[in-house]
Write a protein of this length. Structure first.
Length: 414
């Protein structure tokens, strides 16, 4: 008779998904825990070095700069080289940079300028590691199981990165400023060690031609997306919905204070509520995918996004807002798992790195544009105004793509 722990493991990570995926998921949990530690420890270190709001904001933004500058390049590299080696090398570089940071903190030589440089270097290495890692999943998981594969990877992000990691990071920072970054480096080293167990098929080197200029590789990837109508539309949807999502959520703390009257604890509960919804949804994702047709599931998720913006624009009651955030977390991570799986199924292996990098670049740019617009809208029209903007923008976009979602959900590789 199978033991209860074994049955739980089988439910979380079905054996049919293969040993490579299990090692990959274990590596992801270790890496996400390390990154989650930095989520809390990083801002605390910045705040200990400067009270200049501009430098504090720069520290928050510098981690996005590598994606803006090198995102498409990293995607092309992931389609040229052995993706397994790319992930391992990039993570080892992150460990080395963190070791330098730990030494400079321990010896008292840390400065805000040096920290900004370290954050940028870590961001560059993380970009290449994540780009290669995202391109690996379609190589080790059957197409039919890509949805559950992405969902289980997101569970690592939700639990280790968003819930456990920050609490651990803050606690370790209280022991010493260098401690959390040393532990983060150890977690990333463990992640790299676990990833060495992942075995990829012979096509791991991708399909780009080494003798071809890297710029041509990038152009080829963009051209492929442009000529593949479902993926082109999906990429535009991701970009627009992240603008509309980023606008209100970039000023969420301001809205929570002004409209709901919440303090720091209440705001923490508000953000935790979305994580709770996300954890439940990613654990139940495979059941949802079995009983709900993919196109309908996509429409439900995007419709809930529109309704969520409207509901948050209207409410001034804290417990109602928290209930809405649970729903938000639920559909948002279902959408993330499903949209990633749809894209991966429709993308040939030799383009996974480049297509994934365009998708991710659109997501980051959309968020940054949305956050800028949200700040401007809130300052001129009030705390609830960004939610009204998001409701209108996402609603119009959904109407325009409603019929096309059926083709997107079942897109095939050209």
């Amino acid at each position: 008779m199978t033991s209860i722990p074994a049955r739980v493991v089988e439910w979380l990570v079905p054996a049919r998904m293969g040993t490579a995926f299990r090692w990959n998921l274990a590596s992801s949990w270790a890496g996400q825990l390390g990154d989650g530690i930095a989520v809390a420890a990083g801002p605390l270190l910045v705040a200990s070095l400067t009270r200049n709001p501009t430098l504090i904001a720069a520290a928050a933004m510098v981690q996005h700069v590598p994606t803006l500058l090198l995102g498409l390049y990293a995607g092309a590299i992931a389609d040229r080289v052995d993706r397994r080696r790319l992930v391992l090398a990039a993570n080892l570089v992150r460990v080395a940079v963190l070791a330098v940071l730990v030494v400079t903190i321990a010896t008292g030589h840390i400065s805000i300028g040096l920290l900004l440089g370290v954050l940028f270097a870590v961001g560059v290495a993380e970009l290449f590691a994540d780009t290669g890692w995202r391109a690996v999943l379609p190589m080790i998981v059957p197409k039919a199981d890509l949805g559950i594969g992405n969902a289980r990877q997101m569970s690592a992000f939700l639990v280790a990165n968003q819930m456990v990691g920050p609490a651990v990071g803050a606690s370790l920072f209280a022991l010493g400023q260098a401690v959390p970054f040393g532990v983060q480096g150890a977690a990333l080293l463990l992640a790299a060690a676990l990833f060495t167990k992942v075995r990829l098929p012979a096509s791991a080197a991708g399909g780009a031609k080494p003798e071809q200029h890297i710029g041509r590789d990038i152009t080829d990837g963009l051209r492929w997306i442009w000529h593949h109508a479902p993926i082109r539309t999906l990429t535009l949807v991701i970009f627009i919905f992240n603008i509309t999502w980023g606008a209100p959520f970039g000023v969420l703390v301001y809205w929570a204070q002004e409209r709901l009257g919440l303090g720091s604890v209440g705001f923490g509960l508000l953000t935790t509520a979305s994580a709770v919804g996300g954890i439940v949804s990613v654990l139940l994702y495979d059941r949802l995918e079995r009983i709900v047709p993919l196109a309908r599931l996509m429409r439900i998720c995007l419709s809930l996004e529109v309704v969520t913006h409207l509901a948050l624009a209207l409410t001034t009651i804290p417990w109602v807002a928290m209930a809405i955030m649970v729903v938000f977390g639920g559909y948002a991570f279902v959408w993330g798992s499903l949209s990633s799986a749809v894209r991966q199924r429709a993308t040939p292996d030799e383009y996974q790195g480049r297509v994934g990098s365009v998708y991710w670049l659109g997501l980051i740019v959309g968020l940054l544009v949305g956050q800028f617009l949200g700040g401007q809208i809130a300052s001129h029209f009030g705390a609830a105004a960004p939610f009204w903007f998001a409701f209108a923008g996402s609603g119009i976009t959904l109407v325009l793509v409603w019929r096309q979602l059926a083709h997107i959900a079942h897109a095939e590789a050209d």
